[in-house]
Design a protein around this ligand. Sequence first.
Ligand code: HEM
Ligand code: SF4
Length: 555
Amino acid sequence: MYVYDEYDHAIIQDRVKQYRDQTRRYFEGKLSEEEFLPLRLQNGLYVQRMAPMLRVAVPYGMLASKQIRKLAEIARKYDKGYAHFSTRQNLQFNWPELADVPDILQELADVEMHAVQTSGNCIRNTTTDQFAGVCTGEVEDPRPYCEIIRQWSTFHPEFAFLPRKFKIAVNANTESDRSATDVHDISLHLVKNAEGKTGFRVVVGGGLGRTPIIGSAIRDYLPAEDLLTYLEAIIRVYNQKGNRLNKYKARIKILVKALTPAKFAELVEEEWSHIKDSDSKLTPELLEKMKSYFTEPAYEALEDNSPEFEAKLAESKGFANWVNRNVAQHKKPGYAIATLSIKRPGHAPGDVTDVQLDKIADLADQYSFGEARTTHEQNIVLADVKKSDLFAVWEAAKEAGFATPNLGLLTDMICCPGGDYCALANAKSIPVADEIMRRFDDLDYLHDLGDLDLNISGCMNACGHHHVGNIGILGVDKKGEEFYQISLGGDSGKLNTTAIGKILGPSFKRDEVVDVLDKILNIYVENRQEDELFIDTFKRIGMEVFKERVYAKAN
Ligand code: HEM
Ligand code: SF4
C-alpha cells in the first residue's frame, strides 16, 4: 500500500490548517455563504437535507487497519455511529457538524487520509477493481497507475476548475470489470501490445446521470509511460471546449458525443503531439518506484488445498454457501479473497457502524496483512486470507452482521441515499431497498435466481447506477408524489458488455414496486434456459415479454 512521504504529509497538514482558518472566518461572518461554498466543496463537504455530508477519499479503495479504526472513531465521535461506502470506493459521513470538520480533517490527516477533491469540478478519486493485484486474469496490478494518477491529479493547478466533475477508473482484468469502468469520464484498460509491453486502451466520454452514455475507445494502445501526458491532453481539450454555461451539458460525455469520438480523438492527438515528451512523461524509475509500494505481502508458501478448509466445507452448509458466493479465487495457492457483505435489512446498502468498522480492522489485522478494500458495489474485501483461516473469518463476520452470502445476488444491491438524506432526490430509495431485502429474504430462492444486479437511484443523477443494473429502479416525481421507474437490461459486470437498461414502461407507486419486481423475476424463471442468467434471458426474449406481463392487469 502507498505510504505518504514527507511532501504528502506537509501538503495535507497545510490543507487542514487552511481549512480551519476558512471555517473560522466563515463562522465570524468574514466569508459569505457564497465565498465559503467552493472552499468547503474542495474539502469534500456538501451541505445536505439534514446536515453536511463529508466525503473522504479512499484512493482506489485501499485502507490500512489503522485508517479503518480512525474512520470508526470519527463515526462515533462526530457522526451518529455510522459511515457510508459510496460506489466510487469512498466513504461518506452523513451527520458531521460544520464546526467539527477541521478537527475531523486533522484526525484523517494523522492517518494519511483526506477529503481533498472528493467534490467540486475537479478530478475525483481514481477507482479500480477491488481485487487488484490478487485476482487471476489480470494483465498487471493497476494500483501503481492509480497512485500515479492520484498524485498527478490531486492539487493539479490546471484542472481544479473543470467544466464539471471528472472521474477516472482503471481496469486491468481481461475477464471482468468490477468497477463499471466504461461509464466513467475516462476509463483505462490495461493491455499488452504484440511485444508484451504494458499500455492502455483509452476510453472516454462515459457517464450516467441525466444522459447515460457508454464511453468510446479513442486509442487502442497507449504506452504506459505516456499515461499522464495523454490524460493531460484529453482533459485539456475538455477544459477548453467543454460547456461551462449549461451544467447539464458540461460533462465530457456530451462534448465527445457532439464532436464525435473520432473528432475528439483527433483533437487529443493534436494536443498530445506538443506535450508527449514533456516532463510529465513517466520514467522507468518512477514506474518502478510506484510498483515497489504494491509488492506482494509476505505470503506463506502453501498448498492450494487446505484439509482444514475442506473439512469445514463438508461440515457446515452455511459456511459452504458463504464460500461459494462471497469468496473468490486468489492468484496465490492456499489463499482466497473474501468479501464482507454490507447489505442487510434495516440498514441502507453501504452503511457500516463504528463497531463494524472496528471489527473489519481487527479482521484485516488478524487475517489479511492489515489491509481491507472498499468496493464499487458498496462492500468490503479482505484480499489475502489463508484458506485455512476462512472459517474463522466467516464466524467473526457472521457475528458482526456482514456475512450474508449474497454477493452478486438480488439483495446485494447498489442504492443511493435518496430522499432520506439527499437534497436532490425525487423519491426515497433506502425504504425501497429495505422492502426488497425483506420480501426476498429466502436465500435458496436468491441463489436459484443467480447473479443479478439490482441498482436503485433516488433521482436521475444516477448515483445508485440504476442505468447499468440488470434491473434498475429510479425515483421519479409525479406531481409531488414519489413514483418509481423500472428499467431492464443494464449491465456493467463483464468486459465490453456494458449496457444501459431500457425503460419498462410507466412508473409505479412505492407499494407496487416489490410486486412488480416479483413478476419480473417470475417471468425470468419461467423463461430461462438451464443456467441462464437474468441478463442473458432478457437479451434472448426481449423487453416485450416483460412489458406485456407486468402491465397486463392495467390493460
Ligand atoms: C447525499 C449526497 C449526494 C449528492 C448531493 C449527490 C449528487 C450527485 C449529482 C448531482 C450527480 C450527477 C452528476 C452529473 O452526472 O452531472 C451525482 C452523480 C454520482 N453520484 Fe452522487 N450524490 C450524493 C451521494 C452519493 C452517494 C451516496 C453515492 C454512492 C452511493 C454517489 C455516487 C455518485 C456517482 C457514482 C455518480 C456518477 C454518475 C455518473 O457517472 O455520471 N453519490 N451525484
Ligand atoms: S441519485 Fe439523486 S437522490 Fe440519489 S444520491 Fe444521487 S443525487 Fe441524491
